[in-house]
Design a protein around this ligand. Structure first.
Ligand code: DOR
Ligand code: ZN
Length: 429
């Protein structure tokens, strides 16, 4: 089976490609990228006016399986990915049981392969049960397919444990992904601590709860020489510390979410629990600093922190609802509309943050359109305008703060291993 994507604007930052070209796919692989590629017996898709990019990789996703199948499953989560133009996700280990051993890692990979809607790269836990007390079997998890370790959802509060994690992970060249939060400073808050929290009488999480932990982890990364990745950076101060550490040669990378790039704590005034997220939505000043961090390369990756919860869990008083929002099916239009069209990044710069950059950090294949590579491709219509409707999400999670947003620039085709899995926003069953 051959496919020819004809006449699109092909943007492949890893190979410094940005031009009107054809992409030929044969036997699930990229067979040719260039001008006027012979179609031969290939099925031809006219993608003129569309943007053709390597399949997007979302390196921060909660698929909820095993154990939380009432929120999402590997099947529904990877379908949401395909629908959203995402061909690969890295799955966070905070499930019951926690992905802290090789059998859970294998289970996730097997389930994902069976589902066949997107590639899933499991992230193993740093500590057993993510309890922060005992290191997980890092080498065994890597052998089973784990691409990084993280206790995401929780910090590793014990500094000695984090030091050991970095030292061990360093031996396997695995990145350690830090959920940077000092729980004592967070003080059971549930929104950003500032003017709005004061007005609402809501318990606040100060910026320093994140920044104190980022500072500690940067020091430990410098000391151990191991690779540290800071998840969901949300404050100006954290960004500034990462910028400085990079200048000093610390092996640190960092990600920012679409929601921290587009929303502030003002959104919490709606009392919509889908604005309750950890780390919390911060101030306009923080948001501007995050955009600056994206522009100057301090923030390497845009990742969603897709965190589905059941409707009844979110239909709670704000203080009692769980943290998290869904992001897989709004990632592409938010990046195109609010990052590229807003003039913050060029197409090529933005695409790098969702393709080759996460692939490089995780050491996974994909993220580029090199000949011979797996044909994982996202096709975007930069002119398509549509309104976010959570009821049409394939994800079981409907907890989006973007309901009703009109956005321009949507994925219109997802190709996975040479197979068209989504067209015009609908999955190809
Ligand atoms: O908002 C969040 N939700 N932040 C996290 O760190 C964890 C996640 C979840 O698992 O629901
Ligand atoms: Zn987290």
């Amino acid at each position: 089976m051959k496919l020819l994507l004809k006449g699109g604007r092909v943007i492949d930052p890893a190979n410094q490609i940005d031009g009107i070209m054809d992409v030929l796919i044969a036997e699930g692989k990229i067979a040719a990228v260039g001008q006027s590629v012979e179609a031969g017996d290939a099925q031809v898709y006219d993608v003129s006016g569309k943007v053709v990019t390597p399949g997007w990789i979302d390196m921060h996703v909660h698929l909820r399986e095993p154990g939380f199948e009432g929120k999402e499953t590997i099947w529904t989560g990877t379908r949401a990915a395909a629908a959203g133009g995402v061909t690969a996700v890295a799955s966070m280990p905070n499930t019951p049981p926690v992905a802290d051993n090789q059998s859970v890692i294998r289970f996730i990979r097997d389930k994902a392969r069976e589902a066949g809607w997107a590639k899933v790269y499991p992230i193993g836990a740093i500590t057993k049960g993510s309890l922060g007390e005992e290191l997980a079997e890092i080498g065994e998890m890597q052998a089973a397919g784990a691409v990084a370790i993280s206790d995401d959802g929780k910090p590793v509060s014990n500094g000695q444990m984090m030091r050991l994690a970095l030292e061990y992970a360093g031996m396997f060249d695995l990145p350690v992904i830090s959920h940077a939060e000092d729980l004592k400073l967070a003080n059971e808050g549930y929104m950003h601590e500032g003017y709005i929290s004061t007005i609402l009488g809501f318990r606040g999480i100060p910026s320093v709860a994140e920044e104190a932990m980022v500072a500690r982890d940067l020091l430990l990364a410098a000391m151990t020489g191991s690779r540290l990745h800071i998840a969901h950076v949300s404050t100006a101060g954290a960004g500034e510390m990462i910028r400085e550490a990079k200048k000093r040669g610390v092996k640190v990378t960092a990600e920012v979410t679409p929601h921290h790039l587009t929303l502030t704590d003002e959104a919490v005034q709606s009392f919509d629990t889908s604005t309750k997220v950890n780390p919390p939505l911060r101030t306009e000043e923080d948001r501007q600093a995050l955009i600056k961090g994206l522009m100057d390369g301090t923030l390497d990756v845009i990742a969603t922190d897709h965190a589905p919860h059941a409707r009844e869990e979110k239909e709670m008083e704000f203080a009692y609802a769980p943290f998290g929002l869904v992001g897989l099916e709004t990632l592409v239009p938010l990046v195109v509309d609010r990052v590229i069209n807003a003039g913050h990044l060029t197409w090529s710069e933005a695409i790098a943050k969702v393709t080759c950059n996460p692939a490089g950090i995780l050491g996974v294949p994909g993220g580029n359109l090199g000949v011979g590579k797996a044909a994982d491709i996202t096709v975007i219509d930069p002119e398509k305008t549509a309104v976010v409707r959570k009821e049409s999400f394939y994800s079981m999670g409907k907890n989006t703060p973007f309901e009703g947003w009109e956005l321009k620039g949507w994925p219109v085709m997802t190709v996975l291993d040479g197979r068209v899995v989504m067209q015009e926003g609908r999955l190809v069953e």
